[in-house]
Each structure stands twice: as structure tokens, then as C-alpha cells.
Write a protein that binds this ligand. Structure first.
Ligand code: ZN
Length: 367
């Protein structure tokens, strides 16, 4: 199933119908707008893994990867895993957000800050499933933005992981230790297959985050962040890396206890904010009535849903006389003009009061 960045509930339903005879389907609650929240159970083994994706509706890569992973898991060749593992998967915890491509649910709440208060029906449904399914492991699935590097001056963070803290001191609790060892194993196995960066996310404790709460409750929890691969804005390459990661975790759970060191986890480069999407060289910029020549103009894409497609709209991030921002792509002004002419016009990037980007005269008509 080839997918783009937009992966709404209807698309998941098409897949789910294809596997219906091979899975157990459960409705664990309803979204704010009344959409059933489905959990899919596969396998019948003693080790129980709870996975949930798209709690942030605009984070689709890990859901697309679930399509491939579930297909793989259900194949006869995986008979051994099916007998040893039971997977309970919520593919889209936030279907309302998935539909309109927003991080938040229909009440405008970030479900990953609602783990203690449980003010939203989606949060209550996930917590109810956690309590009833009683997982041995949790896998918390997200996308991260294209701004991250794996370590200072590192490559783009194409995948990142986190073993969420269980307390303010970020103690290595028994559950967290298991999650940490799985992440070390993941990075070791993924590294030869991924020519970009693999990062570690900040582990500041916030019990409002679901992973932190489940970690505090003593269940090893691994947070996945599907990240950016240069030129792969549909995240179909990242999707393949995530599928690989799912398979690795499943296999490694059967190899426990793992013997990796805690230090190896903290050696994984931490994510840093370093990238913009595009850097335009040779821009003329009008800043408060002063015209500055030969600037580097940093553009960051904003993702907008229009007619069932995500459009990547360039927005001004910053500018300067040297290329201080690292960018996934650097292009001269002429290329930027031809590539983004419609977006520039539509977004009135040219007419902003403080930062007018001026294009060479006669080359471009400023409205
Ligand atoms: Zn997220």
C-alpha cells in the first residue's frame, strides 16, 4: 500500500477490512466526534505488547509502518512470534485529529499531555486498555519534525527513541532499564541499515506524557519518533526504517534478558534543533525599509491539508549574511523563485511588513 503523508481513518479502515478474519477487533471508546477507537489484537503468546499510534493526528508514519508490520506479523512465516507474543495495537488513537491533520484532538487538547488528568475520551480509552490488557511492554508511536539533528552537527535524525523517565530524578528503574536496553539493541541493529542519524530524545520527566506515566507504573515503555530523511517528505523511506524497528523489538523481546549497558544508551546522540528545510542564497530582503543584499533566507515548511493532500508551504524562518542555519537543501534565489512562486504569492511572504523578501526587479511581479 503506497501512502502519502496524509493517512486518514478511512485509509486505515481499508487495510483493516483486509485482515479482519485474522485479528481480534475491539472498540475501546469513542473520540470527541464519536468515531470508534479501535484496538487490533494479533498473536496469542504470553508476552504482551501494547502499541498506539497517531495520538497526534498529523503523525502518520508509524501508522503507515503498522500496515506493513501487521501484514508481516500475520504471515505464516511468523508462526513462532505469533505463539510467543500478543500485540494489542491502537492504530489511530486520535482519529479526529488524523482526519483534519492536526496534532490535537477535536477539543484542541494534546493527548500526550493528558495522562494524569484524563480529561479526554481518547485518553480514558487508552488508559482503560492499559489497565485491562496489562501489557509487559508499551510502544508509544510518534513522528518528529524535520528540524532535528542526531547530536550537535550530526546528520538528520531519521529515527529517534526514548525510554521515558519514571520520576523527576530520571532514575533507571527496572522497567526503564529494560526499555533502555531495547533501544540500545535497536540502534545497534538499525545503524548499518540507516545512512542517516539515529537520535535519543530528551528524557525530562513529565507525568502528563503517556509514556512517562506508563513507565512510572512499571511497564517498560519505548517511544519511537519517525523522523526526516532528506527529500523524503512523504516519509515512505522512514516508514521502512520504522517497520524494521518494530520487527527488531519483537525479536529482541524473545531474547531477554538483554545485556547492553545503560551507558550505551546515553552515548546515543541526543536530538538537537538544527535544521530548516530550505536555505535560499542570494536573497534581497527588505527589513524595516532597509534593503539588505545577498542574504541567506531560511525557510521552514508548514504542512497544510488541502484536497486530501499535504502541501509543504515554505514559511520564513530567519535570514542572515551567512548560512547559520543548517538546511536539508540549499538553493539559489532563481530556483526558489520558480519552485515556490505560487506559495510565496499565496502566503504574502513578499508583503509582510517587517520582512519583505524582494526579488530581482522585472523577474517577479510583486502584488
Ligand atoms: Zn507526537
Amino acid at each position: 500500500m503506497v501512502c502519502k503523508r496524509y493517512f486518514p481513518p478511512e485509509q486505515w479502515s481499508v487495510f483493516q477490512q483486509q485482515i479482519e478474519s485474522q485479528i481480534q477487533l475491539q472498540t475501546i471508546g469513542y473520540s470527541v466526534l464519536g468515531v470508534p477507537l479501535s484496538a487490533v489484537t494479533l498473536g496469542f503468546g504470553p508476552k504482551r505488547i501494547l502499541m498506539w499510534s497517531q495520538m497526534h493526528g498529523n503523525e502518520t508514519t508509524t501508522t503507515k509502518a503498522l500496515v506493513d508490520f501487521i501484514t508481516w506479523f500475520l504471515a505464516p512465516a511468523q508462526g513462532d512470534l505469533q505463539h510467543k507474543l500478543t500485540l494489542c495495537i491502537v492504530p489511530q488513537l486520535n482519529p479526529d485529529g488524523a482526519k483534519v491533520y492536526t496534532r490535537f484532538n477535536a477539543n484542541g487538547i494534546d493527548l500526550n499531555r493528558d495522562a494524569v488528568v484524563l480529561s479526554q475520551p481518547e485518553s480514558i480509552a487508552l488508559r482503560g486498555l492499559f489497565d485491562s490488557f496489562a501489557p509487559d511492554y508499551c510502544i508509544n508511536l510518534h513522528d518528529q519534525r524535520s528540524i532535528y539533528a542526531a547530536g550537535v552537527n550530526g546528520p538528520a535524525a531519521s529515527v529517534s527513541f526514548l525510554a521515558p523517565s519514571a520520576d523527576e530524578n530520571r532514575s533507571i528503574t527496572p522497567a526503564r532499564k529494560i526499555a533502555i536496553q531495547h533501544i540500545v539493541a535497536l540502534v545497534k541493529e538499525l545503524k548499518p541499515r540507516i545512512p542517516y542519524g539515529i537520535g535519543r530524545f530528551d528524557d525530562t520527566f513529565n507525568e502528563n506524557c503517556v509514556g512517562d506515566t506508563f513507565s512510572r507504573l512499571g511497564v517498560p515503555t519505548i517511544l519511537f519518533e519517525a523522523g526526516h530523511v532528506p527529500e523524503d517528505y512523504q516519509r515512505e523511506v522512514t516508514r521502512e526504517y520504522i517497520v524494521e524497528a518494530y520487527k527488531i523489538v519483537c525479536r529482541n523481546i524473545l531474547k531477554e534478558p538483554l545485556s547492553y549497558s545503560i551507558e550505551a544508551y546515553f552515548d546515543i546522540p541526543e536530538n538537537t534543533v538544527e535544521f530548516v528545510d530550505v536555505l535560499v542564497s542570494g536573497a534581497r530582503i527588505k527589513n524595516k525599509n532597509q534593503i539588505i543584499e545577498n542574504q541567506f533566507l531560511a525557510l521552514q515548511y508548514e504542512e497544510r491539508l488541502k484536497e486530501n493532500t499535504i502541501h509543504f508551504v515554505p514559511k520564513m524562518h530567519s535570514f542572515g549574511s551567512s548560512p547559520i542555519q543548517r538546511a536539508h537543501r540549499t538553493i539559489p534565489l532563481a530556483s526558489a523563485l520558480s519552485e515556490f512562486v505560487f506559495e510565496f504569492k499565496a502566503e504574502k511572504l513578499l508583503n509582510r511588513q517587517e520582512f519583505d523578501v524582494l526579488f530581482p526587479e522585472n523577474q517577479y511581479f510583486i502584488e
